[in-house]
Design a protein around this ligand. Structure first.
Ligand code: NAD
Length: 723
């Protein structure tokens, strides 16, 4: 077997160890399940085996859940016209696979499980199919069923076994909101039966099998009652109603999985266990067949993995290693970049104009590490090592020996040119010179460089230690080797790269700008600000469209607009955001949350906010309530489609070339709604011909900004897709 080991001891207890070959984590792939099925058959039929203990050989990890590559193979709507047929076939296949959990718990032999690390999704479901669960008293133990928040449904018995173990009320937040439990918490609610000192979980599980070993699950015993009663017990029915409402409040109905999970739980708990499992399978298939599930599996899991493993890195260029790196500018971005470099073991030089500023940048890492220690995620010794890798200085001789320099000084061409010259004087010929500019063209900045082939843009996001994305921007002279090296550097600091062409706003800034512009269009049409803000949230964007620019600061988009106007001259076409930003920044001195006034008025401590009544001065009110579903629907589409259209234009113009990068970039860069799978996946979810027709209708009603370009039209006509 490739993924399991079975060792039977003198007492006839089989230790079944999960250890996927060549993988860091265990997942329930179809091969894993096929092998496990053979093991369960052996437990069932071999008289020498009296019972079994399940464990994992991976440190800190029991099992991470189902294999999403497998699930993707049948996710999304089936073939047109054959949906019902394929659904039935999928139900049968999945039920056959999952029946192994049922055979395990009805083998007549006691099975215990030793959980010494994370047991998520299918991993937690496998543990629940054992008669007894021992968790190690370790911080690494975490139990959870996160599927609900990812647009999926636990289809391995999770919606049925969990409420039968711990009751309906405790199950709801775990199933719907993805709440996870530590070993101690799991013990308290009865999800595990015992907590053992680290290193003793397997022994304790074995002891239970040998000495107590009850081979019948509670739900297979006569007169079984769900702990806390069924859905009609008042507290449970209240909890069900409350969680349905909470799910609506959190997800705005964008995740079909939420309702399907509630259905599986509510219906399944009222019937015998095996019937409950069939209901769960029906709801599971219903969920994976939604276009949302396909899009989410792809953009949340598979595409980032493919991109990170170098799907778009130029092939054939030897991998470059990064041992030493210099960061120029120890401000917000530079300090963050130094922090992530030092954490992965890169010797980091952090340069600023004064020693004090450089030290301040280094202190950022000290503060960050201090927080990690406080949370128990890092030892003092490890933190000291990391901090020891950062040299804060004003002296450019320290640059010598760096494999890369990342420039993050003020957004000013002259300042950037100066520091580039100073750093390059110390650099080896093959080292990389990168700039973290957010708006200046890379080709122009490369003019200050003596070896423009090694010059490249690396656009980080703030806060660097939390934001996973880096945009790579290639200038006209950037070489293939430099591009490959940029991918290697990003892999070293464990971020996700997308590669974009050198152009105004690159990719993410250009797309997110629509989230400012379309709401401004709505404001000048006289739509009430509260409606606009709520509609933005209803699309699934993480922050409302009026709150976001306030948080960033209104001067920034204002200056970007002014700069664009100067750069484009006659060609510049003013938009509603010019009107709104001028009104706020120029006429009313409203600069956003920092000065306590922007689209909102803020209380002194910044915690309370109310929409600024003065916004009424922008237009005569035309829409003051939005109870009508069609009205809401159109407003939501205006916001989402604007961004999707812009992403498609970026693909059309070759700013970005891989739809996976366009989707992952928008998701990681600015939180494009998860349920869509990204702006390009959204177009595919709707279907390109329908999307084009809907955009044409929006263009007729609201303006040419919604008119789809020739690429989308020809794709629609020829039946082509992005993926
Ligand atoms: P910041 O003002 O916080 O930091 C800039 C730092 O550069 C300051 O510490 C300053 O003292 C230092 N500096 C200025 N001139 C210098 C010189 N001649 N030599 C050495 N150091 C010098 O700015 P920031 O927000 O960190 O932005 C830095 C760069 O990153 C800018 O190009 C910006 O456009 C870009 N960027 C910013 C963000 C963001 O969210 N803030 C995101 C992506 C990219």
């Amino acid at each position: 077997m490739n993924n399991w080991r079975v060792d039977v001891d003198g007492d006839g207890i089989a230790l079944v160890t999960f250890d996927m070959a060549g993988k860091k984590v265990n997942t329930l792939s179809s091969e894993v399940i096929a092998e496990f099925t053979a093991i369960v058959e052996r437990i069932n039929s071999d008289d020498a085996i009296k019972g079994a203990v399940l464990a994992s050989a991976k440190p800190g990890m029991f099992c991470a859940g189902g294999d999403l590559t497998d699930i993707k193979s049948f996710a999304g709507p089936g073939e047109p016209g054959k949906e019902a047929e394929t659904v039935a076939a999928d139900i049968e296949r999945m039920s056959r696979d999952m029946a192994v959990f049922r055979r395990l718990e009805t083998s007549g032999k006691p099975v215990a499980c030793a959980i010494e690390g994370t047991a998520l999704g299918g991993g937690a479901e496998l543990a629940m199919a054992c008669h007894y669960r021992v968790a190690a008293d370790s911080e690494q133990v975490l139990l959870g069923l996160p599927e609900g928040g990812l647009g999926l449904l636990p289809g391995g018995g999770g919606t049925q076994r969990l409420p039968r173990l711990i009751g309906i009320q405790e199950s709801l937040p775990i199933l719907l909101q993805g709440v996870t439990k530590t070993a101690a918490e799991a013990l308290k609610i009865g999800w595990v039966n015992e907590v053992a000192p680290v290193g003793q979980a397997i022994e304790r599980a074995r002891k239970w099998v040998r000495e107590t070993g009850d081979p019948v699950q509670p739900w297979d015993k006569p007169k079984f009652k769900v702990p806390g009663g069924g859905p009609y017990v008042q507290a449970n029915s209240e909890a069900l109603a409350m969680h349905a409402a909470m799910s609506r409040q959190k997800f705005y109905g964008n995740y079909p999985a939420q309702l399907h999970i509630l259905t599986a739980l509510y219906e399944g708990i009222q019937v015998p266990f095996d019937a409950g499992l069939r209901i769960e399978m029906r709801e599971f298939i219903r969920t994976v067949r939604t276009p949302q599930a396909l899009a989410m599996i792809r953009t949340s899991f598979l595409s980032p993995r493919e991109i990170k493993s170098g799907a778009n890195r130029p092939a054939g260029v030897p991998v470059k290693t990064f041992k030493k790196a210099t960061v120029l500018g120890a401000g917000l971005m530079g300090a963050g970049i130094a922090c992530v470099q030092a954490q992965v073991g890169i010797e980091t030089v952090l340069i600023d104009r004064t020693q004090e500023a450089a030290e301040r940048g280094k202190a950022y890492t000290a503060t960050y590490l201090g927080k990690q220690i406080k949370r128990g995620r890092m030892t003092q010794e490890k933190a000291d090592q990391i901090l020891g890798r950062i040299v804060a200085t004003t002296d450019y001789s320290h640059v010598r020996g760096s494999d890369i320099v990342v420039e993050a000084v003020f957004e000013d061409r002259e300042v950037k040119a100066d520091v580039t010259r100073l750093a390059e004087a110390e650099l080896a010929p093959d080292a990389i010179m990168a700039t973290n500019t957010s708006t200046l063209p890379i080709t122009g900045l490369a003019e200050a460089s003596v070896r423009p082939a090694n010059f490249i843009g690396l656009h980080f996001f703030s806060p660097v230690e939390r934001m996973d994305l880096v945009e790579i921007i290639r200038g006209e002279a950037t070489s293939n080797d430099t591009l490959a090296a940029a991918y290697d550097y990003i892999a070293t600091i464990r971020k996700t790269p997308i590669s974009v062409k050198d152009s105004r706003g690159f990719y993410t800034s250009r797309t997110i700008t629509c989230y400012l512009e379309e709401p401004c269009e709505m404001l000048v049409e006289g739509i009430a600000p509260a409606i606009i803000e709520n509609i933005g949230l209803m699309t699934g964007m993480p922050v409302g469209p009026l709150t976001l620019p306030d948080a960033i600061g209104l001067e920034l988009p204002y200056h970007v607009l002014e700069q664009t106007k100067r750069d484009l001259g006659e060609a510049y076409k003013p938009t509603a955001s010019d009107t709104v930003l001028k009104f706020l920044v120029e006429q009313h001195g409203r600069h956003g949350r920092r000065n306590g006034k922007g689209f909102y008025d803020y209380s002194e401590d910044g915690k309370e906010k109310t929409i600024w009544p003065g916004l009424a001065g922008l237009a005569q009110p035309t829409l003051t309530d939005a109870f009508d579903e069609d009205v809401k629907d159109e407003l939501k589409k205006r916001i989402l489609y604007r961004m999707s259209l812009e992403a498609a234009r970026c693909m059309e113009e070759g700013i970005i070339t891989d739809p996976r990068e366009a989707d992952v970039g928008a998701a990681l860069g600015f939180g494009f709604p998860k349920w869509t799978g990204g702006p390009i996946s959204l177009i595919e979810q709707i279907g390109i011909p329908k999307f084009v027709a809907e955009c044409d209708a929006l263009a007729d009603r609201h303006g040419e900004r919604f008119r789809p370009g020739p690429m989308l039209r020809s794709m629609a006509a020829e039946g082509r897709t992005f993926y």
